[in-house]
Each structure stands twice: as structure tokens, then as C-alpha cells.
Design a protein around this ligand. Structure first.
Ligand code: ASP
Length: 441
């Protein structure tokens, strides 16, 4: 059969399998547009409640899932050299994808200059103050990288777990799992314990996913209903630049990446993770989507060994969609306030966006908050740029939905590439969407 036929069948089957989530998404857009015209607080409260129930239910299983997946993933690779190899490759692949994302964001934002449209809304005295401040900071810039790194090391793993700080939790889980792998057979009780935790959390995910269609419907409707049409016009270029950037990541960068580093057919992979992509879009949370991303990959041919190691780490550390947005948003602000974008400043913004996105939690809105870290590097704080931020916030939710879809897709792309390199992928299954097991029962 011709490739394009296979692709059409795969997409058709992908949609058929997930028609209810897809319908939730489309109906959510329609309901959101209607609600924008007919403000109805009762319906809004009900929809916000349904959306929150869905997100909270999934977030509930994330921490036990992440810790158990990492412990099982690392201890199942018996040979410590192989863990090192997998880990190094994972970091290398994630770094490539995120670096391309920030370069892409910078090029598009410099080319299309989305911030100029907002400049006329900004007080010129405030703008000159900001320009002077950036100039002095860049002069004395030393960076606060060391403090950021310190924050990654948990003083007390339990308090990190209680606070839901994902990076320190991951650091602890990886070190703990490496130690368990090293101590040999004595680790059996603990590993069995985590195997049970993992199985139970995946079962809970199955149950929660029965709620995916109404959840995605409610979240989308609330997001769409909050757009304002006037401000939307002056921010549309920014949205356009982001949509173009995300589109290039999804349809050019990942396919080329998979071609160069593996033989994974990108559209089959997208068909396999269609549910996760839609839930990512609906929830705007990589963490909340994590159980589903794992389930989609595992049930469609990527081995447990690879998914359980690569995807939980990716869901927290690999945020290329967020990094792209942060670069575009900061360049937008710089353009709006008339800050001169020297090559040095652009490189600094890009590097800080890589760090800021990696430290950002996989929850809605985290990316726009960690932008503070990038601005901090320029000697600024979001409070000084309220007028500029007001623009970004009008469409924050929709950009969050888009960047989360990209974040989640890239985790699966990297997992698939590693699985291919390690012979841990069942192509007979991945290439046959007719055979896919349901992730939503
Ligand atoms: N919502 C994003 C995610 O979960 C993070 C962000 O706000 O950029 O992937």
C-alpha cells in the first residue's frame, strides 16, 4: 500500500479511536465562542469546575507515577553502562530539539517583529527606563546559574514531594533508582513495591480517561471564552509567529529529527500518540498528560524500558514548546519597549529560555511565570513590564495549549528515537494502527 494511503488510514483510525475527545475539543471551541458573546457565570463556573476536576484527578497520580516509572525504568536496565548510554543519549536528543526550538523562536520573532504592534500602547517614559536598565544589567551580567543548579538538589525529598517540585523529585528518583540498581537482588522488595505502584497508577489513569472528553470540552470552552476581540487584533501577529514556530517544530523539525536519528515513521508515531496530543492541548499540562503519553507509547510498540525512563524525565525537563514561546515572548517585550536586541542579548535570551523552560513544571501557565527568570537575566522583572505582559496574558491559555502539545509530542519523539536505536520498538505494532490497543477503555 502507498505510504500516503497508510497515513490517511492511520489518521482516520486515530480519529475514530478518539472521536469523543476530538468532539470534546471542537464542541469546546464552539461553546467558548458562544460563551464569549453570552457571558453566563453559571455555565462558566460549571465548566471551570469540570475542567479542574479532570486536571486535578490526573495530577493526583503524577508523583507516584513518575517515581515508580523511573525506579522501574532504571532498575530494569541491569547494566550500569547501558543506563549511562541511555541517559546521555536522552539528554543529547532533548538538547538538540530544545536548541532548535529557541533558534526557531528567535529567528521568527526577529523576522516578523510581533512586538512592534504593541509599542504604541506602552508609555514612552516607562520604555526608556526599561531600555536603560537592560543596558546596565547586560554590562554587569554574571548570571545566577549557580543558584538555579542548587535549587535542583532536594534538601529533603519528602518536602519536595509534598510541594510537587518536579525537578528535585526527579533528581532524587534518579539517584535513588541508580542506587537500587547497584545494590543487586536485595532491591527486590522495593522494586516490586514500585511495580505495584506503577500498575495501580496506570489503572487509575484508565479510569480518569473515561472523563477525558467532558474534561477537554470544559477546559477548551473556558479558554476560548476569555478572548477579547480588540486586543486580539494587536496580538494576532504574536500568536501567528508562535503558531508558525510550533507548526515547524511538529511538521518539519521532528520529522527530520526522526529521519536523521531513527527509522520511526513520524505520522505513525503521531497516530499512536493522538490521544496524548489532544489531552495535552485540552489540559495545557504535560504532567497531567504524562500517564496517557506513557500508555500510548507502551501500548503501541515502544518498550516499557524506554518509555518509563525517557518520558517522565522529558515531561518535566524537555519543554521545547515552552522554550520557543519564552524566546518569542521576551523578544516581543523587548520590541514593544524599544530595547535594542544585540546578538549577545539574543543568545542570552535563548540560553536562559532553555534553562527556564527546563525548570518549569508541566502545569498550566508555568511557562509564562518562569519567563521571569529570562527577564531577570536582563535585569528586569515582570512587574515592570505589566503593560507588555497584559498583551501576552490575553492569549496565554491558547498559547499554553499549543506549547504543551509540542512539549508532549517531543517527549514521545525522543522516546521513539531512543527505542529505535536500542531495538526496543515493535514496528509491526507501531505501523499498524488497526492493531492498536485502546488506551481509553
Ligand atoms: N503548560 C506547559 C506544560 O505543561 C508548561 C508551560 O506553561 O509552558 O507543558
Amino acid at each position: 500500500m502507498k505510504l500516503y494511503m497508510q497515513v490517511l488510514i492511520a489518521l482516520g483510525l486515530g480519529l475514530k479511536r478518539n472521536w469523543h475527545i476530538f468532539a470534546g475539543l471542537i464542541l469546546g471551541v464552539v461553546a467558548g465562542v458562544w460563551l464569549y458573546g453570552h457571558q453566563n457565570p453559571v455555565i462558566m463556573t460549571a465548566l471551570t469546575f469540570i475542567g479542574q476536576v479532570f486536571i486535578r484527578l490526573i495530577q493526583m497520580v503524577v508523583i507516584p507515577l513518575v517515581i515508580s516509572a523511573i525506579v522501574i525504568g532504571i532498575t530494569s536496565v541491569s547494566d550500569s553502562k547501558q543506563i549511562g548510554k541511555l541517559g546521555t543519549k536522552m539528554i543529547f536528543y532533548y538538547a538538540i530539539i530544545t536548541t532548535i526550538a529557541v533558534i526557531l523562536g528567535a529567528v521568527l520573532a526577529l523576522l516578523f517583529k510581533p512586538g512592534l504592534g504593541a509599542a504604541s500602547y506602552i508609555n514612552s517614559d516607562v520604555a526608556s527606563g526599561i531600555q536603560a536598565q537592560v543596558a546596565t544589567t547586560i554590562e554587569s551580567q554574571k548570571g545566577n546559574i549557580l543558584n538555579i543548579i542548587l535549587g535542583f538538589i532536594p534538601k529533603n525529598p519528602l518536602s519536595s514531594i509534598a510541594a510537587g517540585d518536579m525537578v528535585p523529585i526527579l533528581v532524587f528518583a534518579v539517584i535513588f533508582a541508580l542506587a537500587l540498581a547497584k545494590v543487586g537482588d536485595i532491591n527486590r522488595p522495593f522494586v516490586s513495591f514500585f511495580e505495584s505502584v506503577f500498575a495501580a497508577t496506570m489503572k487509575i489513569t484508565d479510569w480518569i480517561m473515561c472523563f477525558a472528553a467532558p474534561g477537554v470540552f470544559a477546559l477548551t470552552a473556558v479558554a476560548v471564552s476569555s478572548f477579547g476581540t480588540d486586543i486580539f487584533m494587536s496580538i494576532s501577529k504574536y500568536l501567528g509567529v508562535l503558531a508558525l514556530g510550533f507548526g515547524i517544530q511538529l511538521f518539519v523539525v521532528y520529522p527530520v529529527f526522526l529521519k536523521v536519528f531513527s527509522k520511526v515513521p513520524v505520522l505513525m508515531l503521531y497516530a499512536a500518540i493522538a490521544e496524548a496530543m489532544m489531552v495535552a492541548f485540552g489540559t495545557a499540562s504535560s504532567s497531567a498528560t504524562l500517564p496517557l503519553t506513557i500508555a500510548c507509547c507502551e501500548k503501541r510498540g515502544i518498550s516499557h524500558k524506554v518509555t518509563s525512563f525517557v518520558i517522565p524525565l522529558g515531561a518535566t525537563l524537555n519543554m521545547d514548546g515552552t522554550a520557543l514561546l519564552q524566546v518569542v515572548a521576551v523578544i516581543f517585550l523587548a520590541q514593544a519597549y524599544g530595547v535594542v536586541l544585540t546578538p549577545f542579548l539574543i543568545v542570552q535570551i535563548a540560553l536562559l529560555a532553555i534553562v527556564a523552560s527546563s525548570t518549569c513544571a508541566g502545569i498550566p501557565g508555568a511557562g509564562i511565570i518562569t519567563i521571569a527568570l529570562v527577564l531577570n537575566g536582563m535585569g528586569l522583572s515582570p512587574e515592570q513590564l505589566v503593560a507588555g505582559f497584559a498583551f501576552l496574558f490575553t492569549i496565554e491559555r491558547i498559547t499554553d495549549m499549543m506549547r504543551t502539545l509540542v512539549n508532549v509530542t517531543s517527549d514521545a519523539v525522543v522516546a521513539a528515537a531512543i527505542a529505535d536505536n536500542e531495538n526496543e520498538i515493535n514496528y509491526d505494532l507501531l505501523n499498524n494502527p488497526e492493531e492498536y490497543n485502546d488506551v481509553i477503555n
